[in-house]
Ligand binder design. Structure first.
Ligand SMILES: NC(=O)c1ccc[n+]([C@@H]2O[C@H](COP(=O)([O-])OP(=O)(O)OC[C@H]3O[C@@H](n4cnc5c(N)ncnc54)[C@H](O)[C@@H]3O)[C@@H](O)[C@H]2O)c1
Length: 270
């Protein structure tokens, strides 16, 4: 496989560490100021991953590496800047920054680009599970989905949670957001990808209710949700370890992307 990554932060570097099969090529699109450091890491700790390793700083450079699959793991700005053109060029893209799809215009543009390019926009389960069942039940309609996301206080640093809470002084759980998945994904772009994933798989951005909590005793990033449909009812609670490189990101997200890649190259997909 010729694999391309957009971004070279916590998810991208952990993903490369976990990939065991040698790749035909690996290319990484980063900001110009990150190019030298990225090249040094690719040619150092990741040298065995592929004989062909390329660092690019623009879309044209990435397209020249002729990837079979692109994994976006950079953020909402990068989704807007690169993903429509990649899809239109016929490249399948795994979109990790799923919260970006709360922007209806961008969601529509990506869907159209995938259709026009005969490519596929792949939305991985990310930090959450049970997306297969939720997406299946969605076909029967009349779904009710409520989600509660709980993380240690400092995972909410740099977000609007700081407007209502003194995160460092918190001694007990405190809620700071109650609203729709669209609002959650818009206001907390680095923290509410799970809300967006549940919305896209199930009842939609307006009908999916979200509660966000900072808890100093939280053992990790906790994702809980409840589903009620005419066909089935279920609830799910996942205690995820935060990533070593980014407390906002649940580490299992990386393994979900790894699963998508394995399913494309292995003889059996599950
Ligand atoms: N789907 C999910 O369940 C889920 C879970 C966790 C995180 N995420 C999302 O995945 C993304 C990556 O997470 P992470 O933990 O690796 O974050 P990170 O901050 O560690 O890494 C992101 C990297 O992308 C780079 N970047 C940002 N904009 C760029 C651009 N325009 N061009 C090139 N590089 C750019 C940054 O410099 C950084 O190095 C985030 O958007 C995050 O919200 C999704």
């Amino acid at each position: 496989m010729r694999l391309a990554l957009i971004g070279f932060g916590n998810i991208a570097t952990t993903l490369l560490t976990q990939l065991d099969a040698p790749l035909d090529a690996v290319s990484v699109l980063v900001r110009p100021d990150a190019a030298d450091a990225t090249r040094a890491r690719l040619d150092g700790e990741f040298v065995k991953l592929s004989a062909e390793r390329t660092v690019c700083t623009d879309l044209a450079g990435l397209l020249l590496t002729k990837p079979d699959l692109v994994v976006e793991c950079a953020g909402h700005t990068a989704v807007k800047a690169f993903v429509p053109d990649l899809l239109e060029a016929g490249l399948d893209v795994i979109l990790v920054s799923i919260g970006a799809l709360a922007d209806e215009a961008l969601h529509g543009a990506l869907t159209d680009a995938a259709r026009d390019g005969n490519a596929r926009l792949i939305l991985p389960a990310g930090a959450v599970g049970g997306i297969d069942l939720l997406a299946s039940l969605g076909a029967a309609g009349d779904l009710q989905v409520t989600y509660r996301g709980t993380k240690p206080p400092m995972a909410w640093a740099g977000t609007p949670a700081e407007e209502t809470l003194d995160l460092e002084a918190l001694s007990e759980p405190a809620g700071f957001f109650n609203g729709t998945a669209r609002q959650a994904a818009t206001d907390f772009p680095k923290n509410a990808n799970v809300a967006a994933t549940l919305a896209l798989a199930g009842a939609g951005f307006e009908a999916t209710q979200v509660e966000l909590i900072a808890d100093p005793q939280a053992p990790g990033n906790i994702h809980e949700y409840q589903v009620s449909s005419p066909l089935a009812r279920y609830s799910m609670r996942i205690e995820n370890l935060p990533s070593a490189g980014n407390a906002k990101t649940s580490v299992s997200t990386v393994y979900s992307v790894l699963r998508e890649i394995r399913n494309r190259i292995g003889p059996v997909a599950i």
